[in-house]
Write a protein that binds this ligand. Structure first.
Ligand code: ATR
Length: 274
């Protein structure tokens, strides 16, 4: 029987992970089955246990279960501990559950893919929720000159910056306190989901700046449309999704898929060219 993997979420029907991992498996000649599991909101642990009992070897975990996956992991990677969230579960040889987080490395690799350097640059990240916390450590490893976290609720950004102050020059505050121009602005808030644009100053972008939205869709987000009008180069989060998946696939199978081919397939599936 093929090794079994799945993405756990709720809702999960819209997830692109089955498409991505099936493409990786085909490309690398790995025999595996990858499905989507809609776990009950209040019983992620039960759903995971059943999956393992039925031969499950690993999983991706998405909204709203990354915290539950973190809580049930017997062993955690350093980056999962920093993120306080798990997006990748692995069943070890001893049957114990190992939790990792590939979201941050996915973002860092996608930025590299697009030729966006962070080293020595001024970087702004908008939002201070779980999605932002999950990517901070890998971003700081790229040694930006300064990382500013700006959030609608200022205190959350201040607290997050303090939690990561050992890892680099990082400050936090409210959206109204943003000052100066940035080489890279990452929208890690969930405002795009609702079609909202956080109130941002129109002096945000340095010449040649990149605007990155961790969300993606068939159409550019309102943040990316606004950023493009301000002269920044817009990039959506589709590549991050593919890169975090590739890192999960590597953790499970010890084989690195070629992400470029799968980016193109996914973009096609969304109905537009990258
Ligand atoms: P996620 O897991 O996606 O990070 P979250 O933890 O609920 O979800 O965090 C959502 C983030 O998006 C928060 O930083 C939130 O700001 P607040 O902390 O002030 O709530 C931000 N956000 C959501 N909607 C927003 C909007 N319309 N404008 C600006 N920021 C918004």
């Amino acid at each position: 029987m093929a090794d079994r993997y799945a993405v756990f979420g709720n809702p999960v029907a819209h997830s692109k992970s089955p498409l991505i991992h099936s493409a990786f498996a085909e490309q690398t000649g790995q025999t595996l089955e990858y499905t989507a599991v809609e776990a009950p909101q209040d019983d992620f642990a039960g759903a995971w246990l059943r999956f393992v009992q039925e031969g499950g070897r690993g999983a991706n975990v998405t909204v709203p279960f990354k915290g539950d996956a973190y809580a049930l992991s017997a062993t955690l990677s350093h980056r999962a501990r920093r993120a306080q969230a798990v997006n990748t579960l692995i069943v070890g040889g001893n049957g114990r559950t190992y939790g990792d987080n590939t979201d941050g490395v996915g973002l860092a690799r996608d930025l590299a893919y697009h030729g966006v350097a962070l080293k020595g640059r001024r970087v702004l990240i908008v939002g201070a929720g779980g999605a932002v916390r999950g990517v901070l450590a890998p971003l700081l490893e790229e040694e930006p000159d300064e990382l500013v976290i700006a959030n609608r609720t200022a205190e959350k950004a201040v607290a997050l910056a303090e939690a990561f102050s050992d890892a680099g020059r990082v400050t936090g505050g409210g959206l109204e306190a943003i000052s100066g121009a940035f080489d890279l602005v990452i929208n890690g808030s969930s405002a795009s989901l609702a079609g909202d644009l956080p109130p941002l100053p129109d002096t945000l972008f340095a010449p040649g700046a990149t605007a990155y939205d961790m969300m993606y869709g068939a159409e550019p987000t309102v943040f990316l449309r606004w950023a493009k009008a301000q002269g920044a180069t817009p990039t959506d989060g589709l590549g991050m999704l593919v890169e975090q998946a590739a890192e999960s696939f590597f953790l499970w199978r010890s084989v690195r898929p070629d992400t470029a081919a799968v980016r193109a397939r996914l973009r096609d599936a969304l109905g537009k060219a990258e």
